[in-house]
Design a protein around this ligand. Structure first.
Ligand code: KG4
Ligand code: ZN
Length: 341
């Protein structure tokens, strides 16, 4: 069976309602409604997230179709995020997807959110003219996951390293919370870090054996460091905010880069990419880009395809060999694994 012609993709795993339209492998629309309701709680409130998805999803769908200049009856396949993610959020997207599939009488393609993040590399765009060839190593760094994935094709994946505790995005969010910054902390820390000195303060860079990561130590290190310094200067955080952000970011990125370097050394693979929300980090993008000088073929997705978006879900469905699925009994899987054990 050929590849699907017009995919309408739905992403609702966490706190962004995303709808994308992909026609013959090209993204025509990638629309996203971000939920600001969580800001005052300092993190995503699952119950509020699912309600917001419910309120936004139809309007975002219509906006995406309008942008693509297509109508609902032009759509040939529905794709949706089956997991991992928040149960309530996933339920809204999957119910909406199933409804559309039944109403339009077209196939329904369940997508693994993490596979979607990796597939963001295969979305053609003005700034992504060279898509990766296989074998391809992808560092996947999001709010809930940190792993190095080896791909021999779009579907054959091997997780060769992963975090044993917090994810890299979580490390950004937790340390920025300690610094009193708003949620999500990653983008804010990224912005402030640009004005700071990454070597102003030294925090230990965790180095587990092999290719696994650990990010739970950084928040404790920052907490104790601040506690000590606040004793002599109660304005220590305000006085040093940019340097603190730059130093914490440097620590997180150093562990990521150290492990990626080791993975490249161990596998001999030179097609290297980053994906997931943390791939939007300007420091990480720069450090990866610099590796081109050492012979790495570096791949960095456009910003709009790094943090959660439906474009990547559409692309994952597009490369799916079983695009004729219609399993309406399939349930959302909040803990869905990238690779089944
Ligand atoms: O992939 P994503 O949008 O959602 C998940 O699947 O988790 O990733 C969200 C994570 C959050 O932890 C957020 O703080 C982080 O990505 N993030 C960043 C940046 N933009 C988003 N971290 C560092 N720098 C950024 N510019
Ligand atoms: Zn994600």
């Amino acid at each position: 069976m050929g590849q699907p012609e017009v995919i309408l993709a739905i992403e609702s795993s966490c706190d962004d309602t995303g709808i994308a339209v992909l026609q013959n492998g090209q993204i025509l629309a990638n629309v996203r409604a971000t939920q600001i309701v969580h800001e005052k709680y300092g993190g995503v409130v699952p119950e509020l997230a699912s309600r917001e998805h419910e309120q936004q999803i139809a309007a975002v769908t219509m906006a995406a179709l309008e942008k693509a200049d297509l109508a609902l009856h032009d759509v040939t396949h529905i794709a949706y995020t089956q997991g991992p993610g928040l149960m309530g959020s996933l339920l809204v997207g999957s119910a909406f997807a199933k409804g559309l599939s039944i109403a339009l009488d077209i196939p329904l393609i369940p997508v693994n959110h993490m596979h979607g993040h990796i597939m963001s590399h295969f979305i053609p765009s003005a700034s992504n003219q060279e898509i990766p060839t296989f074998p391809f190593l992808c560092l996947v760094v999001s709010g809930g996951h940190t792993m190095i994935v080896k791909l021999t094709n779009h579907h054959e994946l091997d997780i060769i390293g992963q975090t044993i505790d917090d994810a890299a995005g979580e490390a950004f969010d937790k340390t920025s919370k300690i610094l009193g910054l708003p949620y999500p902390g990653g983008p804010v820390m990224d912005k402030l870090a640009k004005e700071g000195n990454p070597l102003a303060f030294q925090f230990p860079i965790t180095n587990l054996a092999g290719l696994d990561f650990s990010f739970s130590g950084i928040k404790t290190a920052v907490l104790y460091f601040l506690r000590d310094n606040l004793k002599s200067n109660e304005n220590f955080i305000e006085d040093n905010l940019n340097d603190l952000c730059a130093s914490v970011q440097h620590t997180i990125l150093s562990q990521l880069m150290n492990k990626l370097e080791l993975a490249v050394k161990q596998t001999g693979i030179t097609q290297i990419g980053i994906a997931g929300g943390v791939a939007a980090n300007s420091g990480l993008r720069e450090r990866l880009q610099a590796k081109s000088a050492e012979g790495w073929r570096v791949h960095i997705p456009e910003f709009q395809y790094c943090t959660d978006n439906a474009g990547m879900i559409a692309m994952s469905a597009y490369v799916n060999p079983t695009t004729s699925e219609r399993d309406y009994h399939l349930k959302p899987e909040p803990r869905k694994k990238l690779v089944d054990a």
